[in-house]
Design a protein around this ligand. Structure first.
Ligand SMILES: [Zn+2]
Length: 129
């Protein structure tokens, strides 16, 4: 396993995810506030003409086209049922060491799937990272 990268570990924490939502178009009187987005595991990943792209830090699911009444947690679950962070329903601070490593492992799985575009051998790879 690679040494733990501090930049990488940072986004496990709600406060740091919340900081990414600067310039997020939904702020008051709506469901998808920066607080609710960060709580649901999202980080803000805007691009030039799409200021409302958010990505789950844990399953890497990107969602855009948010509506003020969208509930980040519900949207997350419906678009990414296999997200381990959503399944845990716990703050990272409250996880046991085992739970934390499991979360990290699940996250690596999503990274590999995303990079390779196929799921074959992913479990094999997971054992070596
Ligand atoms: Zn997720």
């Amino acid at each position: 396993m690679e040494p733990i990268n501090e930049e990488d570990i940072k986004m496990y924490f709600y406060e740091n995810r919340l900081k990414t939502f600067e310039g997020w178009p939904f702020d008051e009187d709506c469901s998808c506030t920066p607080e609710n987005m960060a709580r649901a595991g999202f980080i803000h990943t805007p691009s030039g003409n799409s200021p409302d792209i958010a990505m789950c830090f844990f399953c890497l699911k990107e969602l855009e086209g948010w509506e003020p009444e969208d509930d980040p947690e519900k949207e997350h679950k419906s678009h990414s049922a296999s997200c381990h962070f959503m399944a845990l329903k716990k703050k990272v601070e409250d996880l046991t060491v085992e739970e934390f490593f499991k979360l990290q492992k699940e996250r690596h799985k999503f990274i590999i799937v995303r990079c390779s575009g196929n799921t074959r051998h992913v479990d094999l790879l997971i054992d070596i990272i």
